[in-house]
Design a binder for this molecule. Sequence first.
Ligand code: CMP
Length: 143
Amino acid sequence: MERTFLAIKPDGVQRGLVSEIIGRFEKKGFTLVGLKLLQPSRELAEQHYDVHRERPFFAGLVDFITSGPVVAMVWEGEGVIASARKLIGATNPLNAEPGTIRGDLGINIGRNIIHGSDAPETAQKEVALWFKDEELVNWQPTV
Ligand code: CMP
């Protein structure tokens, strides 16, 4: 079954949006198989955002994601990678549709509340970067 990596960023945690965000994925029907709260190290953040290393916002992005608690999650379900991206909305919350997490809850591209893997290869890489195998629970909902 497909898995994706999602992270509620420090702005989402500090604004008290954790239950709202987790609730949206639960209500949609996806299965939570990994969950932890951590303040990421610089090394972890730089690896996670390696693809953006040459971008002008890279240093600020790493500063921000390491500035406070992050809720790191792995969600499982059919088509979860693309579906989660739809539920999250466009990168810039000002362009995100109402009904999406960023469209409903954010206005700032540098404080866009949540990260979601953008493709199967990225999801695999990000799940492995943030979680050890034994931190993931293999279970299937029975309802
Ligand atoms: P995320 O989905 O975590 O992936 C890369 C992040 O870079 C993105 O969300 C934004 O938070 C951030 N980002 C992208 N473009 C900009 C920008 N122009 N200025 C600041 N941050 C940006």
